[in-house]
Design a protein around this ligand. Sequence first.
Ligand code: PLP
Ligand code: ZN
Length: 409
Amino acid sequence: MKSQITHLECTYCGETYDHRQLMTTCPACGKVLYARYDLQAAKATMTKEALKDRPWNLWRYSEIMPVEDPAHAVTLGEGGTPLHEAPKLGADFGYDRLLIKDEALNPTGSFKARGLGAAVARASELGAKTVAMPSAGNAAAAMTAYAARMDIQGIVAMPVDAPEVMKAECHMYGAHVLLVKGLINDCGALIRRGADIHGWFDCSTLKEPYRQEGKKTMGLEIAEQLGWRMPDAMIYPTGGGTGIVGMWKAFDELEQMGLIGSKRPKMISVQAENCAPIVRAFEKGERHAELWEGASTVAPGMRVPVAIGDYLILDAIRESGGTAIAISDDEILQGVDMLAKREGFFASPEVGSVVIAAKKLRESGFLKADDETVIFSCGSGLMHTDLVHGDFPVLEKDAPDPGEYIRSA
Ligand SMILES: *Cc1c(COP(=O)(O)O)cnc(C)c1O
Ligand SMILES: [Zn+2]
């Protein structure tokens, strides 16, 4: 089960590069690089039968993953997440089968573990000593956890007012946590400066070729979990878009390996109303998304005003016959509430957006009752308890009837 990686290829100008060197974006045009594989060789060993005996983590699909030396294929148990049915929400919204891919079960609590597991493993294999990124959220936690495991120094720059829980988690993994008096884009500029001066390897979204390889395993798993067929629709909370573009790439690879046919799910991108560059570009029929000025949303993973992979996300949406939809912050929080109360998942705000999108796309008729639809529960709600307000009664130890407090609450 060795990697069949053959080279890197630019998704924009088509230039190819040697994959055995640390690379960021395409030196010729500045756009996103993809890893390419010898899929005929991969097909010979990554068979349905062979997969039955392999552990459920990123490296299950080693043939079409970038790490070449198994010693670097380190796992913290990411991947292999369940694909649950959501029967009550499905019935509420009018779907025969609504499915939830439960990504909150990944190490560090979100699907960022997949992308950064792959990126940090490959960076370490290619000799990186320091990995760095601007992030106030899940990406920082995931990157620094894998960096700790792989003996690489992690560095994260986050705004001073970033959630304490994120600072603490990265600090515990031994990372250098730099607090910046500014916004996330200011953190990004500082990381780039550090990369120029000190050679830190920048692991920002789609700025190196391998995060999407980790993220694509969600698509591989869903195909396999459904018995090697595709669902009819996938509803994805979109920030930088690594997941959409990674899964879209994975489906092509699976088809070329003869593991699935030509059917594809409709790829549906969900963004927040006050940060919706992809939705706006989709509606205008454009292939590139302009910077969204004054971006704000309760969902940190979707607070991405400009995406370097915009054309890849928009191509996947259009080629699949999908769509893009924006959801307000109030609705996002309602979605989180519905998912918790109806299905027993306490998920992060991004997940609220896909729940509401699933509802609206049935109401508008864009999706039909018999469209088997997958939504992504991309992160845990446990980091977001600040968004929850409960009014809890406080009882004396000797309260004669605790039930009274429930009635009066
Ligand atoms: C990063 C993140 C997203 C956005 O994912 P992309 O693939 O980068 O678009 C959505 N939800 C959560 C919880 C995230 O951490
Ligand atoms: Zn290029």
